[in-house]
Design a binder for this molecule. Structure first.
Ligand code: SF4
Ligand code: SF4
Length: 419
């Protein structure tokens, strides 16, 4: 990575603390990613993006801002990127996946809270995330209680707009979500000074759909036996999708998929077990579970998570002649996401069973971040649904620390022996 200290300093970051983060990340990445054998050549682009995660992309955001553009941070796959793109702003996913940020988060939040919330808050409070410090506004949502209340504190550090997400899927909830999308359009227009038009919104929809399509194509390769790409690499690609330039990301992912097309012609069957991960999102650089599992005789072939299928399934229709038509299309697509914050949430169990079949999985790991009550409570339904189909399931509740890694490994080994 080049020298970006002036850029970081101009962003108001704590350089000394940030140096500590920069010192651990490359080592972690090398040990988890670069030790994998026979990776596709196309992964070199994604290696490069990680190597430059706090460098080149931040410089791009800076240039965009110097040209009068705005940067908008998001935390949830319900926030419609299409609208941000339509107003010529850049959207960055801010969920944080490292234990490094948790300590600073705990200075303003209770300790017994989901690590994802503590980490993103710590990244801002401690001044160690250049993405956060590049944001002109962040868009939160009323999903879980932890996030909902965290916005009130975050607002002291950065302008926050909160979208009021319905928690049921009745017809009145669709109407409510359409209204919320209308409000966020006004907010973003105000921030950027750019009007969201039918044409610009259609363009935003096209860009987001193309990204979804490329991710779906990647996932389709994982249905092959064996998958020509590791679960670790697929997870990394999904994580990068949240902050890379969407046009470049889509092109690079398509090129990787072309390479996988070739690889798929020469697959050598193996006996490794095929697993699905379902549960809470795995924000970058949370590679903990994937690295433990793929260090054993197993391959993760699908993630029913927000850093997996929930991010890219279902496209937004481009049909319609008015902004209202397109807003309705957005609401229809987004309310197909099955998050445990909704009640009831039978659609998620149906998705898990459908994916288990499509990806020929031998077992499922229901992985939840500690203190995430909605997903923890929903485990019972996940287990019941899978047991009815004779699919073994293991529940793992964990955080970002490595303290329980040995215990998780033992439990996964026991699952693999059983299947
Ligand atoms: S798990 Fe739910 S709240 Fe979290 S990012 Fe996904 S949709 Fe949003
Ligand atoms: S993992 Fe659960 S508790 Fe954490 S932010 Fe997502 S929904 Fe909230």
């Amino acid at each position: 990575m080049g020298d970006y200290r002036k850029l970081w300093s101009d962003l108001g970051m704590d350089l000394e603390k940030h140096d500590k983060l920069c010192a651990v990340l490359p080592e972690l990445y090398s040990s988890v990613y670069l030790t994998q054998e026979n990776r596709p050549e196309g992964m070199n682009y994604f290696n490069f993006v990680v190597a430059e995660v706090h460098g080149l992309r931040i410089q791009e955001l800076d240039e965009h801002k110097k040209d009068g553009g705005k940067v908008v941070g998001t935390f949830c796959v319900f926030v419609p990127d299409e609208v941000i793109l339509a107003a010529k702003a850049i959207s960055v996913g801010l969920c944080a996946g490292s234990q490094f940020w948790v300590e600073d988060g705990e200075k303003v939040l209770p300790r017994n809270l989901c690590p994802l919330i503590k980490a993103f808050m710590g990244a801002k409070v401690g001044g160690t995330c250049p993405y956060f410090n590049s944001c002109d506004m962040v868009i939160g949502e009323t999903t879980c209680d932890g996030k909902k209340k965290a916005w009130e504190i975050l607002e002291e550090y950065v302008p926050v707009h909160v979208m009021d997400l319905p928690q049921m899927k009745k017809s009145k909830d669709y109407k409510m979500w359409e209204d919320e999308i209308k409000i966020v359009i006004e907010k973003i227009e105000e921030l950027t000074g750019n009007k969201v038009t039918v044409e610009s919104l259609k363009e935003g929809i096209r860009i987001a759909n193309a990204k979804r399509r490329a991710l779906k194509r990647l996932y389709n390769f994982r249905k092959l036996k064996p998958s020509p790409i590791s679960g670790l690499d697929a997870l990394l690609i999904s994580q990068i999708a949240f902050y890379d330039n969407p046009l470049r990301f889509t092109e690079m992912l398509k090129a990787l998929c072309d390479e996988l097309d070739e690889r798929a012609k020469n697959l050598v069957p193996d006996n490794s077990k095929r697993l699905m991960i379902t549960g809470t999102p795995m924000a970058v650089p949370n590679w903990k579970l994937h690295s433990i599992i793929e260090g054993l005789d197993a391959q993760i072939v699908v993630e029913e998570t927000c850093t997996g299928t929930r991010y890219f399934e279902n496209e937004v229709s481009e049909e319609g002649d008015t902004i209202e038509d397109l807003i309705k299309n957005l609401a229809d697509r987004y309310l197909k996401i099955n998050c445990a914050c909704f009640t009831p949430n039978h659609g998620r169990i149906e998705d898990i069973i459908k994916y288990a079949k499509e990806y020929s999985v031998d077992g499922v790991i229901d992985a939840n971040l500690s203190f995430c009550h909605t997903y923890a409570i929903e485990h019972r339904d996940v287990e019941t649904g899978l047991k009815e189909k004779n699919i073994p399931v293991l529940q793992i509740e964990t955080d970002y620390s490595s303290e329980d890694s040995g215990q998780i490994k033992t439990r996964v080994e026991a699952l693999l022996e059983m299947i």
